[in-house]
Write a protein that binds this ligand. Structure first.
Ligand code: LM2
Ligand code: CA
Length: 462
């Protein structure tokens, strides 16, 4: 449970959730679990249709759509604020909805507000930044964000969201807009707020140019998680320490303070670039997916986002069903139960409720002050453990069949700690999970089963 004064250091994307449901989730789960913020789906009016991607085709900047009305949106923001949870909005302003006339009277934008029609082709990402910036994501009229009237319309939208209490923005398709255009728009939006920019690395986009606007999504981290946990490209967990080493930085990740990271987002979890492998893991990877979150939340790099949406079927994605069902403040739920296997029937994955994830949000918050890794140990390619100095210790056993049992140096002071993955500290101080004894030299004898993890920290002493 969250304790006042502890920083909130992770956020969740409640993809396609309704505003009223998000307000309730803030109060019942996100706030108490220590989430910093919730990213919400694009709230502006979009083309009709039930597919998720209709919301990436704006027809105006009015707050209206299947997640709810402006009044419901406002109520959500205030309920979340009361629970200590900020709201970040996914804002789409690189383009408007597919429409041959290029006329959007409700903004209004007319044909003169757009770049000349041309579609981005794959080779552009290797050799033509101008086309990545000024041609269209296939079919989507590309706004000329160098025009002041266009910048003003977008800034009006962002300022409107700010007036409703919004604390941050995820800028959709950011690398398809010049960094100076984004800066000029944000300059028209006063105050201080969080920004993260969707910037999939390619051969032509200088990611560092975007730092002046806020953080960027570091997609290389997502690929590192996929490769290690799904054993792609000959990689494994034991290599993560070297891959993520902040000094050697062999993959050239952006600096931690500039990065937002996730195990999967709404695009990568659906895409199979080679027709076989998903671009990232997703909920169908089960325990492997949860263990990757355990790692992401334990490892000191970036600002992590947990993706939580509806069960999708890659081949027949029918769009979001009706709302998740959650009932009481203690976490019992009908549809939204954590750690269930995808069935397609219950509708929503509720990834953020999983103990592997929710428990680790607390771990990240409580270990934030020790932004380094110590006591790293790996006994096999699939087994790693490490400390966050004297504040927390985690064991991740991704081995399919073998348990991992040994004595570990935890780095923690002597005492008994409550494992936040098998359970957690209850309101009455009882530990519902495993209790771990750390001796006077920091050692604990532990046994962690296959595809399981264990995490203890100073905020959950048994
Ligand atoms: C993004 N980031 O840069 C979003 O994260 C991603 O989800 C969006 O694509 C994309 N940019 C545009 O905002 C999604 C979806 C596309 C879909 C678009 C627009 O992945 O498949 O394109 O939203 O709704 C759809 C059709 C596509 C068609 C296009 C225009 O799937 O076949 O292309 O509309 O009609 C002709
Ligand atoms: Ca553009």
């Amino acid at each position: 449970e969250y304790a006042p004064g502890v920083p909130r250091t992770a956020y969740v994307n409640l993809f396609e959730w309704k505003w009223s449901d998000i307000g309730a989730e803030c109060r019942n789960h996100l706030g108490p679990r220590g989430y910093a913020a919730v990213q919400v789906s694009p709230p502006q009016a979009s083309i009709a249709g039930s597919a998720w991607w209709t919301r990436y085709q704006p027809v105006s900047y009015q707050i209206s759509g299947r997640s709810g009305s402006e009044e419901e949106f406002r109520a959500m923001v205030s309920r979340c604020a009361q629970a200590g949870v900020d709201v970040y909005v996914d804002v789409v302003f690189n383009h408007m909805a597919a429409n041959n006339s290029r006329d959007y009277p409700a903004v209004p934008y007319g044909p003169g507000n757009f770049h000349a029609a041309c579609d981005i082709v794959p080779a552009d990402y290797d050799n033509n930044r101008g086309r990545v910036l000024n041609c269209s994501l296939p079919g989507l009229p590309d706004l000329d964000t160098a025009q002041d009237p266009v910048r003003n319309k977008i800034a009006d939208y962002l300022n409107h969201l700010r007036s409703l209490g919004v604390a941050g923005f995820r800028i959709d398709a950011a690398k398809h807009m010049h960094e100076d255009d984004i800066r000029a728009i944000l300059n028209k939006v006063p105050g201080s707020y969080f920004v993260t920019q969707e910037t999939i690395g390619d051969g032509v986009t200088p990611l560092a140019n975007y730092f002046k606007n806020g953080t960027v999504n570091e997609f290389k981290y997502i690929y590192a998680m996929r490769n290690a946990f799904d054993r792609q490209g000959g990689q494994s967990l034991s290599q993560l320490k070297a891959v993520l080493d902040p000094v050697a930085n062999p993959w050239g990740l952006v600096p931690s303070l500039n990065a937002t990271v996730f195990v999967n987002n709404h695009d990568t979890e659906r895409k199979k670039p080679d027709g076989v492998h998903y671009d990232s893991m997703n909920v169908y990877f089960g325990a492997m997916h949860r263990l990757a979150h355990t790692f992401m939340l334990a490892w000191p790099y970036g600002y992590p986002q947990v993706m939580s949406g509806y069960y999708f079927n890659h081949d027949h994605d029918m769009g979001p069903p009706s709302s998740p069902v959650y009932n009481d403040p203690n976490g019992s739920a009908v549809n939204c139960t954590a750690d269930v296997n995808p069935t397609g029937a219950s509708g929503w994955d509720c990834t953020h409720r999983s103990r592997f994830i929710a428990g680790m949000v607390g771990f990240r918050n409580w270990t934030n002050a020790n932004w380094y890794v110590s006591n790293w140990v790996s006994d096999s390619a699939d087994q790693i453990a490490f400390s966050r100095g004297n504040r927390g210790f985690v064991v991740i056993n991704r081995h399919d069949t073998h348990q991992w049992a040994r004595s570990f140096q935890t780095g923690l002071a002597a005492g008994s700690y409550c494992d936040v993955i098998s359970g957690g500290l209850q309101a009455d101080g009882r530990c519902s999970g495993k209790t771990v004894q750390v001796d006077g030299s920091g050692f604990a004898t532990l046994s962690v089963g296959p595809m399981d993890a264990l995490a203890i920290h100073i905020g959950a002493k048994a």
